[in-house]
Design a protein around this ligand. Structure first.
Ligand SMILES: CC(C)(COP(=O)(O)OP(=O)(O)OC[C@H]1O[C@@H](n2cnc3c(N)ncnc32)[C@H](O)[C@@H]1OP(=O)(O)O)[C@@H](O)C(=O)NCCC(=O)NCCS
Length: 333
């Protein structure tokens, strides 16, 4: 019998401090109206100084572990996704391992930005299917607020992003009841790396850390918003169609669509492209902004806990982001 991997617990955590559009108006030339109209975002959460990405990750992980009802000592692998690790290296996987007091298990870090959770899920799913591991902690977390340009120059990005973390526990399902991850589909096109990136610091400057990089604010993330918008609207539906075709399913079969929460207008275009009604689309961008790799597992946890996602439902995940990378997954809940 073919083994599938199944999500047995979900959890999320966002830091308590709420930042409103009005708060941002005080820092840069922007307006509540502009932000709401262009992105659908009303609030986002930011950490206080001293809080690291791994702190958010651990909190989300604890909640997922509790929801799964498993003993943490039985977790045999970690996959962690973030673009905002605590340190340049090592990644947050090992820091989560240490802070949660897990054994000397493997910890894999995934660097696929907004697509990070689905890329991480794809890797974890393969380990479970192959029988390599039996209980994987998959966690995605971001502290975006610590490196955004809150001046007028950075306002296009600074208003969009928020901090947060989401986690799931993945285990094998050998019952043959069809529940679990049906398939994952990963894509990339590095020709567009510079459309959404943090260009510096960069080893080619040799040495990597140059004073000018800091003086000129080159270490802030930058994007071509229009380009990202258009590509996200095309690539996410395309990736879901690939997943549906692979499984012989149709868009009407989807009970819940969780698009990466990049921008509410993008999510609406994705749903429209797939002809999926708004009530099936999970959204939290109005409250949380774009939490990058964490956005899908946070939305998933919210929808599972409030009963929108129930046993037997077909859940479609799709993401698009820096790289460009994009991805989809279908999960029979
Ligand atoms: C950034 C984004 C919201 C801008 O929306 P848009 O509809 O493309 O914006 P418009 O072209 O209508 O407006 C751009 C103007 O708004 C200005 N602007 C940008 N950010 C602003 C802000 N926070 N407040 C006010 N004005 C802003 C720009 O400077 C520009 O001004 P100009 O016309 O004088 O040059 C949109 O492109 C977007 O969401 N792109 C995708 C971003 C994304 O999801 N990134 C992460 C992907 S994972």
């Amino acid at each position: 019998m073919l083994r599938k991997s199944v999500i047995t617990g979900t959890g999320h955590y966002v830091p308590p401090r709420v930042v409103t559009n009005r708060d941002l108006e005080r820092l840069m030339d922007t307006s509540d109206d502009w932000i709401r109209q262009r992105s659908g975002i009303v609030t986002r959460h930011h950490v206080d100084p001293g809080v690291n990405t791994s702190d958010l990750a651990c909190e989300a992980a604890r909640r997922a572990i509790e929801a799964a009802g498993v003993d943490p000592s039985t977790i045999d692998f970690i996959v962690a996704a973030t673009l905002s690790p605590d340190h340049y290296f090592p990644g947050i996987g090992v820091i989560v391992q240490a802070k949660l007091g897990l054994g000397t298990i493997g910890a894999l870090d995934v660097r696929n930005q907004c697509s990070g959770f689905i890329y991480a899920l794809a890797a974890a799913d393969q380990f479970i299917r192959a029988g390599t591991y039996r209980r994987i902690l998959l966690v995605a977390a971001e502290v975006q607020s610590a490196n955004l340009d809150f001046s007028d120059e950075g306002r296009d990005m600074a208003v969009l992003f928020g901090d947060g973390a989401g986690a799931v526990i993945l285990e094998p399902n050998e019952t043959g009841d069809g529940r679990g991850v049906l398939s994952t589909h990963l894509f990339s096109d590095g020709n567009f790396a510079s459309k959404l990136w943090m260009e510096k610091p960069c080893p080619a400057d040799n040495p990597t850390f140059q004073r000018a990089v800091f003086d000129e604010g080159k270490f802030f993330p930058r994007m071509d918003g229009r380009h990202v918008f258009v590509n996200a609207c095309e690539r996410m539906p395309e990736s879901v169609r690939a997943a549906l075709a692979h499984n012989g399913l149709a868009a009407e079969d989807i009970d819940a669509l969780i698009p990466h929460q990049a921008n509410d207008r993008i999510s609406q275009m994705v749903a429209k492209g797939l002809k999926i009604p708004a009530e099936k689309v999970v959204r939290n961008i109005d409250r949380l902004g774009n939490t990058t790799a964490a956005s899908i597992p946070i939305a998933l946890d919210e929808a599972v806990r409030d009963g929108r996602i129930r046993s037997g439902h077909l859940v479609a995940l799709t993401a698009f982001g820096s790289g460009y990378t994009w991805a989809s997954a279908l999960v029979r809940w």
